[in-house]
Design a protein around this ligand. Structure first.
Ligand SMILES: [Zn+2]
Length: 227
């Protein structure tokens, strides 16, 4: 049993359980979901992943983490639809869960009671650092909670906040990752701030193949600071 992941298979149990993976933007939540799903598949578990329809970045068919590790998903408008679509899935992943309404709590409880392992992934706070429903309620009823941190781009400390760096009052700027950067408690400001320094590397590192001389392949975009 790892600290991050409780257990994959427990064939003696009739109920499932709920795992919540939360944290700020750029904290690696979706990568962690993909990692858990990959391990579940190795254990011959059937997996199914859902996300809300309003998250329209990238493809409709995939959960795509910022490092482009991807998993096929089904989009649903409301949590209730998940109950009709899980079928034989042992493991039910739910990405971008903060965009669902509070009914997601009831649906996750029903899935767990019915024997499914439920992995819920979402932002636990909004850009003002206010709790982002329904993630706090899910954290309360979950068996396992994993809180991930990004790295503060100002000072390098563990970052718990998504700093808005463009003006606006909207609680959610869907998919607008360029509108945020990760910051720690000390460097965070609840109001949007203007950033004039170069954009930091908030993308995950990529593995770059080396050429025959052992030098990095410059044709890759991995080292492009404008990304
Ligand atoms: Zn900081």
């Amino acid at each position: 049993m790892s600290a991050l992941e409780p257990h994959i298979v427990d064939r003696d149990r009739t109920t499932g359980w709920i795992e919540v993976v939360c944290g700020s933007m750029f904290s690696g939540k979706t990568e962690e979901l993909i990692r858990r799903l990959r391990r579940a598949r190795i254990a011959r578990q059937h997996t199914k992943v859902f996300k809300p329809t309003l998250d329209e970045r990238y493809s409709d068919e995939e959960v795509v983490s910022h490092n482009e590790n991807s998993v096929t998903t089904t989009t649903v408008a409301v949590p209730e639809e998940i109950l009709d679509l899980v079928a034989e899935a042992d493991v039910v992943g739910i990405d971008e869960a903060q965009f669902f309404d509070d009914d997601l709590v009831r649906v996750c409880q029903a899935l767990a009671a019915d024997g499914h392992r439920v992995i819920v992934v979402g932002l636990d706070t909004d850009y003002r650092a206010e709790p982002f429903d329904p993630i706090p309620q899910l954290m309360a009823v979950a068996e396992h909670v994993t809180k991930l941190h990004a790295v503060c781009v100002v000072c390098g400390a563990p970052a718990n906040h998504s700093q808005r760096i463009v003006p606006g009052e909207d609680r959610v700027l869907v998919g607008a990752t360029e509108a945020y950067e990760p910051r720690c408690r000390e460097c965070f400001a609840p109001e949007p701030v203007t950033v004039t320094r170069p954009r930091p590397h908030t993308e995950a590192l990529r593995m770059v193949p080396e050429d025959a001389n052992g030098a990095p392949d410059d044709s890759s975009s991995a080292g492009d600071p404008s990304r």
